[in-house]
Design a protein around this ligand. Structure first.
Ligand code: BEZ
Length: 396
């Protein structure tokens, strides 16, 4: 039985008990007043399942570190597996908002699914915290006062990728990705930065999400002979892509670059195929700061696995929620005060301190990294304090 179904059943049992004592309304009001209802809409199955688990782990860790409560109130959790399936997104988000009456919806990973959450968040006004999905519209043309992102926009990492590729002398590149918002928008960032630096994109190759049949496209890359390849892939498929790239004989001949999700959470699985891959991202495992070291140690101790960018983003979502709830003493309905607190929060993150842009997206450093021995080694800061322009955002 799913945990959200279990919760619904136990609530029904409690209601029957209350009704039999004639105390239904006061008890219900009390129950709703006592606990903060936190809804998680994340992928627990499908192509992005490990990403959803890492986000939840990081989130719970930050809330536990904050005392396990939100503004002094206990938490009741509700969970929905969104399967990274956009057509089911509105229905899934509506379940959390209408059936479970959550005070906050935390999700998700996949940009297409996020668009469904965004619709429900805008219509219902429920607080929405985005712990990964980078779709531009969420903090752009469809931005909303109740929607805050703790991760990135899809073009942020790749806006930092073009210059280092040109600096390395790669003048002609092929781009390859999944054909959906995350891939398209990562491409837009790459195109802007690479062409501005003087590079030429000779071909844009795509395949549908979550297809992992890369072979034909890798053969085409071999024929095109670019100076370098740049890409967006994420999750276990990213490991397969790097292994297939090596198996196709391209590794060592045509350098591989990417939006940094390519090498997040998959370095064990990818093995030596990932060595030398260069990426840009707002995090790196090897950031040698006291804050990151402390986070990594605590996460590894609790979950017996190494954190990645997704765990870090979940952690920062928890930090933001703890700060916001504290500012309104747990009353998440005190919306103007809550939004003000979230807008002005400074998050002391393992990635480095960051703040919210006016459009509610992190203003953050983007690191240049290279894979060495199953580690994303930092080469430097590629772009300092990068803010997404939030084009088209009108907060009303
Ligand atoms: C996205 O769909 O927005 C996304 C998924 C995985 C990693 C990064 C972005």
């Amino acid at each position: 039985m799913s945990s959200s179904r279990r919760l619904v059943l136990s609530r029904s049992a409690a209601l029957i008990g209350a009704a039999s004592t004639g105390l239904l309304l006061p008890r219900l009001a009390l129950a709703q007043g006592n606990k903060v209802r936190v809804g998680l809409m994340l992928p627990y199955t499908g192509a992005y399942a490990p990403l959803g688990v890492a986000i939840e782990n990081g989130l719970r860790m930050a809330i536990d570190e904050g005392g396990g409560k939100l503004g002094g109130r206990e938490i009741e959790w509700y969970k929905v597996d969104d399967e990274s399936d956009p057509p089911k997104a509105v229905e899934n988000a509506s379940k959390l908002v209408q059936r479970d009456k959550v005070d906050v919806i935390i999700g998700t990973v996949h940009s297409g699914v996020q668009m469904g959450i965004q619709k429900v968040a805008r219509e219902s006004g429920v607080l929405s915290l985005i712990p990964n999905a980078g779709v531009l519209a969420a903090t752009g043309a469809l931005c909303a006062p109740n929607v805050f992102r703790t991760s990135f926009t899809n073009s942020q990492p790749t806006l930092a990728l073009g210059a280092p590729m040109m600096k390395a002398g790669h003048k002609k590149a092929v781009w390859i990705t999944w054909k959906y918002a995350a891939g398209d928008e990562a491409f837009a960032g790459f195109k802007e930065s690479y062409t501005k630096a003087g590079g030429t994109i000779i071909k844009e190759l795509t395949l549908p999400f979550p297809n992992v049949e890369f072979q034909a496209l890798l053969t085409e890359i071999g024929t095109l002979k670019p100076d370098a390849v740049a890409c967006f892939f994420a999750g276990p498929a990213a490991a397969k892509f790097m292994k297939d790239y090596a198996a196709a004989g391209l590794k060592g001949k045509i350098p591989l670059y990417g939006s940094g999700f390519l090498t997040e959470g998959v370095l064990e699985a990818a093995g030596p195929a990932a060595d030398g891959v260069i990426t840009t991202l707002h995090y790196a495992d090897s950031l040698n700061t006291p804050r990151n070291n402390e986070f990594r140690l605590a996460y590894a101790k609790t979950f017996k696995s190494q954190p990645d960018v997704y765990a870090m983003q979940g952690y920062d979502t928890g930090q933001l929620l703890v700060q916001g709830a504290k500012a309104v003493k747990g009353d998440l309905n005190a919306k103007p005060a809550l939004y003000k607190a979230l807008e002005s929060a400074v998050i002391d993150s393992p990635r480095g301190k960051w703040t919210m842009s006016k459009q509610h997206n992190p203003v953050q450093d983007i690191y240049l990294r290279v894979v060495e021995n199953k580690d994303n080694k930092v080469l430097g800061v590629a772009v300092k304090a990068l803010a997404d322009p939030g084009t088209g955002c009108k907060m009303v």
